[in-house]
Design a protein around this ligand. Sequence first.
Ligand code: ATR
Length: 281
Amino acid sequence: MKRIGILGYPLSHSISPEFQQAALDHHEIKATFHRWEVTADDLNSFFETIRDSNFIGASVTIPYKEKCLDLVDEITESARLIGAINCIVNRDNVLVGHNTDGSGFIRALKTKYGFEPSGKKVLIIGAGGAAKAIAYSLIQEGISQLTIANRTITRAEELAQRLERNGLKINSIKLDKQTLVAPLSNVDLIVNTTSIGMKNGPDPQHSPIPPDLIPQNAIINDIVYNPIETPLIKAAKLKQAPTIGGLDMLVYQGVEAFELWTKTLAPETIMYDAAQKALRS
Ligand code: ATR
């Protein structure tokens, strides 16, 4: 039996094992998907273990997405530009680091929602690791305008500077009601990448955008997946704005990873249903 797994610490909340195993079983691939809760001290020896040919690869989550860049043997160009990996493929004992967070996000937008990012105006809330992968991928897709709003403005400015090497002028602003008014009045897609609204997070009860400012004609995408209906998604639905929940990005980064590991088309609906079931249980 071959092995794949998710690497992180802690891992108690991860639902990747459930939806990845459902995909492996669907295709009758003889592999098991594990939870690899590894401490920082054990990370180097863990990497020696997964070079073995019994290991197909791994998903990587918090807090190792950046640290693993130095531990794999090769990284893809997009993972290098994003500065993080969330997927490792064991290619004949050579560990290759990929980033499927951004590509999975784009795939969900395009294939599940028919949203074509090219030429669109985007507002990203937050300036952490998830924002970086999403912003990079949207720029690659040819969006025409990007605003990054963050509580700590210097972090938004740093991210904008880093991304501007890709050619698009980026507007960075502080996340507050006054400064959000203008970008919210002319935007096609809004993505929340902060943990505001997340169960057990720093601010579970609130929406990152004041509900009265949510525009009706932009797509509201919250990458927080627990709860499935965050305060932002609830407020957007009340305004009858189109919404995309966080489970899509989670599942589609896994869809892309599954295809890299197995070279087999991922059963998207089966994975999404298994993820939803795992979250509810
Ligand atoms: P990730 O890798 O998941 O993106 P991160 O790098 O820690 O996580 O980034 C978290 C993001 O959520 C940041 O943009 C953070 O804002 P700051 O840069 O000001 O810290 C944002 N965030 C987290 N809690 C927040 C809160 N209560 N209010 C506003 N922004 C918050």
